[in-house]
Design a protein around this ligand. Sequence first.
Ligand code: TXA
Ligand code: MG
Length: 331
Amino acid sequence: MSQNYQTSLLSGENSVTQAMELLQKGEAVALPTETVYGLAADASDIIAVNKIFEAKGRPKNHPLIVHIPDVSHLENWAKTIPNIAYDLATLFWPGPLSILLQKADHVHYEVTGGLDTIALRVPAHPLFLEVLTKLNIGLAAPSANRYKQLSPTIAEQVMQGLGGRIAAVLEGGPCQHGLESTILDLVSEKPRVLRAGPVTQQQLETAMGHSVDTPKNHAEAVPGNIEAHYQPSTPLRILSSAQLLEKIDSLLQKNCHLIVWSDTIIERCKKVNFPVSKWSNLENDAALFGRDLYVTLYRVDQTFPSQIIIEKPPQSDAWAAVNDRVSRASA
Ligand code: TXA
Ligand code: MG
């Protein structure tokens, strides 16, 4: 039973070896990636893969991303691979780009949620890469959270969500990007971004030399990428900077927590003496904002406000992944 584990937090010397041994025994182990922590298992072992679904409480038709040691493993998992996949791999791997291709015939449908496609990426975190390279296999790994909860970006958050349900968590420090990888569909007629992420649409268009679609209805193409996702336990609302400026005095009386980023609002919070425990200041920079978003939501959740109010982020391409997650968190 997945509830009966004494989950070890592996850190320091031998921790990578211990994680590898557990994976080889068919256990699911949480590993750090540069995006978020992933719950990894041997992608060729159906029993191990099922442990992922059980620990997360994830519906069986939600496909998993398979992480591979390097681009030479693409052919082990995918077929009819277009040249552009290799070009993108050269540019963005190891890194936060998952590429959707036709799955190879032998790949278990348990991994792909019954689909004939497979998402693949080479992660950049040195510990995950070391595990992959030494084992020389593919590791299926969704984000290491219970179904529908926030993706974890620190080991403590994985322990809180999956402690008792998995064999171990490998400590790898806070994740560099803090948001899940960009998913690019290369199977559809025209390449399309199925999930915004650290690799931006513009970067992909520059790399490919043509425009890339960004369909609005993710749930259709990406089972599990539903509107209400990536949510904290506390209800979350988005207010524009102007709305926030207008409401800030009345919010002082409420049990809410503000997450803000603009100089104007930060100054205002200070000026009206908004209690420091009731507001958080994120960076006015898409990458740094993204890095800190989930961990801030996780920490704020633990203070039990009745509402989280987030200052609407800028709307440019660089902020697309942040805006996607913020809007889902508020759905
Ligand atoms: O950054 C990331 O991508 C992290 C780290 C651990 O690599 N992983 C991650 O996995 O976010 P997960 O399972 O939480 O989200 C993967 C998304 C899901 O919404 C899933 O439906 C979609 O990718 N996906 C995976 N394989 C797919 C496929 N064959 N077709 C369509 N969508 C797919
Ligand atoms: Mg996830």
